[in-house]
Design a protein around this ligand. Structure first.
Ligand SMILES: Cc1ncc(COP(=O)(O)O)c(C=O)c1O
Length: 423
């Protein structure tokens, strides 16, 4: 009896160290948070179409795969913290093709664009500093801002306006003594919007007026579909010292697993800070750099084939979405995503329901609820992000699943309309 009493007592007295508040406020990834439901559906034999994640299904350049196969090194050593020189030199020529004039000293290789964003925030922002971000936005900006202790002030772009840049006066209204920068993604994930020269000039003027950083994520620059020019932050005159550009090979060469990106800035003081974070993490991935460097030699047909494939998929998906009763998607101008409005009560519930309670001919779809691409809790409840990273036949099947699901989902306005008509 006494032993039992003591062990119970001990159990109640076991103290647990507390976890960090920072971890508690870290947001879930809207792209990955429903993954356990998808895994369960798959284990039950359901075919799940992944429209949730920007993981291209297209091949990596053969040059990259050959470079990995042909490694003759006997030691897989650390590389320099700023990245391998020959890779950085080759990147200079790559950027020149886009009229981005940077020197090798301006380029720091990172473990993916993710590390570039993290180091950019850590190097430019102090805890409590604010950055303004037009939304919906790539969800991890918020996560990386949490890591840096910084705060995101958001401005909503509207689906009715194709997610164009909100009026610059709206940005100006949010500027406080704590505002240190603006973060944009161009072409945009999740909306596919491509900022116009006029919009970029407006951003430039604001950056200049308040001496802000312009964090510009341009990882989708290869994927611009409308003939409209891609305007890099480095094309904007007079703010060269303010620009911190984020890049990655993940999407353009279908190399998400390589974990190679870059942070590029002409600002020496920022680079000096970034280098300290780089040194602390020792080195970017060696094998990744070898493959990424080889990818820069990819045949011009490689990029063209990939590009043409996305052009075809984009048209197929957007036409298909807009044909479904109650669904609306603007036409994305770049990247390989769209944010679509659905006739549902709550996109989080709908996306979860699709995975846990629904199948059509043994298939279902995994989409990312758009709520996770907005920092506030009010927006995105009837929107989802869809990545067109699947071949056309799979997109056709996914569209069919969506159409049929909207007829039976309990929170669907299409279903409610049909029920009301029957009464
Ligand atoms: C806009 C944008 N930036 C950065 C990243 C990070 O990419 P990675 O860390 O794989 O280079 C992603 C990945 O989806 C992205 O969409």
């Amino acid at each position: 009896m006494i032993v039992l009493y003591l062990s119970d007592y001990k159990k109640f007295c076991i103290k647990m160290p507390t976890v960090s508040d920072r971890g508690l406020i870290m947001p879930d990834s809207p792209i990955r948070k429903l993954a356990p439901l998808a895994r369960k559906a798959k284990a039950e034999g359901i075919k799940v179409y992944h429209l949730n994640i920007g993981q291209p299904d297209l091949p990596t350049p053969p040059e990259a795969l050959a470079a990995i196969k042909n490694i003759t090194r006997t030691i897989l050593e650390y590389s320099p913290s700023e990245g391998i020189l020959s890779f950085r030199q080759k990147l200079v020529s790559y950027y020149r093709k886009f009229n981005i004039e940077v020197g090798v000293e301006d380029i720091i290789v990172t473990a993916g664009g993710s590390e570039a964003v993290t180091f950019a925030f850590m190097s430019c922002l102090d805890p409590g500093d604010e950055i303004i971000v037009p939304e919906p936005a790539y969800a991890n900006y918020e996560a990386f801002a949490v890591v840096a202790g910084a705060k995101i002030k958001s401005i909503a772009a509207k689906i009715e306006e194709g997610f164009a840049l909100p009026p610059i006066e709206e940005f100006e209204k949010l500027i406080t003594p704590k505002t240190k920068g603006i973060m944009i993604c161009n072409p945009n994930n999740p909306t596919g919007y491509l900022y116009t020269q006029q919009e970029m000039n407006a951003i430039r003027d604001l950056v200049k007026k308040y001496d802000l950083y312009l964090f510009s994520d341009e990882v989708y620059r290869e994927f611009c579909y409308t003939g409209a020019p891609y305007i890099s932050a480095f094309h904007l005159e007079g703010i060269e010292q303010n620009v911190v550009l984020v890049d990655s090979v993940s999407k353009r060469y279908s190399e998400c697993g390589l974990r190679i990106g870059a942070l590029i800035t002409k600002n020496k003081a920022v680079r000096a800070n970034v280098m300290k974070f780089c040194q602390a993490r020792l080195s970017p991935p060696l094998i990744g750099q070898i493959a990424a460097e080889a990818s820069l030699d990819a045949d011009s047909d490689y990029m063209l084939n990939i590009y043409n494939e996305y052009v075809a998929r984009r048209k197929f998906l957007i036409d298909g979405l807009n044909r479904i009763d109650g669904v609306y998607s603007p036409i994305p101008m770049g990247a390989f995503y769209t944010v679509a409005r659905l006739p549902v009560d709550d996109s989080d519930k709908f996306c979860a329901w699709l995975l846990s309670d629904y199948q059509y001919k043994g298939q279902t779809i995994f989409m990312a609820p758009a709520t996770g691409f907005y920092t506030g809790s009010e927006r995105g409840h009837n929107e989802v992000r869809i990545a067109y990273v699947l071949k056309k036949e799979d997109l056709a099947a996914a569209l069919e699943v969506l159409q049929e699901a909207l007829k039976v989902y309990p929170g669907s306005k299409v279903r409610q309309k049909e029920v009301a008509a029957e009464l």
